[in-house]
Design a protein around this ligand. Structure first.
Ligand SMILES: *Cc1c(COP(=O)(O)O)cnc(C)c1O
Length: 369
């Protein structure tokens, strides 16, 4: 039989729980509870509880969540905001759309923001730093906080990929001003469409985001200022509550897949692997992605494709500052060479151990290892 391992089988997030999901959709819809209803409140409180933080606010998507956080934090037009160029354009777009200037920095060997590079881009206008907690791993927040304190910067986390990831026991998204989490279908906690959340421990940020995300209105319906519409649908919230119940097991499984990849690929000298789950020190990683670096990456990719294995180069193969139409005028040599080597291997709940062993065998065959 021909082997076929898709990178992410989107329909599985529905079909694997079809009956339960249909009954959730049916009961929520039958009661007419579509916008800002109980299911949303319940999800927001379970999410905050899960992360060990004070507040969660459902929003339309993580990009909006970042924008709302930047706004609520008081970032103003003309302010400069540092971010790591190995991220989705969404991180930079959120900064851009509050009128601030996104300033890209290098990533380090752990794929996360490189603080020494960030230091080189500081000016008097730098007001905040937005670390992307990429691939389900949290940046070293001790170092980042020290850096932010020293230079008087706010930290706003792009935790779109990091729901449940921890650093020193604390959840990604909850360290300073707050973080944005994504429920885009391919994320570890994916819903059936777009969705996101803002998480924070700050009363002030919470109240501002609550107003901003719902037309500037408070709970009485009074308009207290300008706002937009970026709400999480009640149906999606109900689906997310259902999925959140099994989330710990999902993380266990993803960490197991990562461990298996690391074990089977560790002796191939042409590769460099992400830190495995078992030896990550202060980090607790949830493996939104399993990102390797490989010699002859494009040829390897083609070889894997011929063997039925679909892989992805994150962000379509370019760091944000390399996207010509966005007009960044900066060279980031480490990140640029990283983007010639990086590759995402399939990691999701539909992958079996046998699939992982097969993928690793194909990679070993390719490198004649
Ligand atoms: C997915 C993602 C986003 C955007 O999330 P949306 O919910 O689709 O807006 C932002 N940053 C990173 C790192 C992401 O992976």
């Amino acid at each position: 039989m021909e082997i076929s391992i898709p990178f992410f089988p989107y329909s599985d997030i529905y079909t694997s729980d079809r009956n339960d999901l249909l009954s959730i959709i049916d009961s929520v819809s039958s009661s007419g509870s579509f916008i800002l209803q109980n299911e949303l409140e319940e999800f927001e409180s379970s999410l905050a509880k899960f992360l060990g933080c004070k507040y969660a606010v459902g929003v339309g998507n993580a990009t909006d969540g970042l924008m709302l956080l930047l706004r609520a934090a008081g970032i103003l037009p003309g302010d400069e905001v540092l971010f790591c160029s190995h991220t989705m354009t969404a991180t930079a777009a959120a900064i851009h759309f509050v009128g601030a200037i996104p300033v890209p920095t290098e990533c380090g060997p752990d794929r996360l923001i490189d603080i020494s590079s960030a230091e080189a881009f500081l000016t008097e206008k730098t007001k905040a730093i937005v670390p992307t907690q990429l691939n389900g791993r949290t940046a070293n927040m001790n170092d980042l906080k020290a850096f932010a304190t020293q230079h008087n910067l706010l930290i706003i986390e792009d935790a779109a990929q990091a729901l449940g990831a921890k650093f020193n026991g604390q959840s990604a998204g909850t360290f300073d001003i707050g973080g944005a989490i994504s429920f885009y279908p391919a994320k570890v906690l994916g819903c059936l469409g777009d969705g996101g959340a803002v998480v924070t421990n700050s009363d002030e940020i919470y109240h501002k985001v609550k107003l901003l995300h719902n037309h500037g209105k408070d709970d009485n319906g009074d308009t207290l200022g300008w706002g937009i519409n970026s709400r999480l649908d009640n149906i999606q919230a109900a689906i997310l509550s259902y999925k959140l119940k099994d989330y710990d097991e999902v993380i266990i499984r993803r960490r197991e897949i990562a461990r298996l990849y690391n074990e089977r690929l560790k002796n191939i000298k042409e590769l460099s692997l992400p830190p495995g789950p078992e030896n990550s020190g202060l980090h607790f990683d949830i493996f939104q992605n399993y990102e390797i670096e490989a010699d002859n990456r494009d040829t390897l990719r083609e070889y894997l494709k011929q063997n039925g294995i679909e892989t992805i180069v994150q962000w379509g193969g370019e760091a944000v500052h390399q996207i010509k139409t966005l007009n960044f005028d900066v060279r980031l040599p480490y990140t640029e060479s990283f983007f010639e080597r990086c590759l995402l291997l399939p990691i999701n709940l539909s992958i079996t151990d046998d699939d992982v062993l097969y993928i690793c065998k194909c990679i070993r065959d390719f490198f004649k290892n």
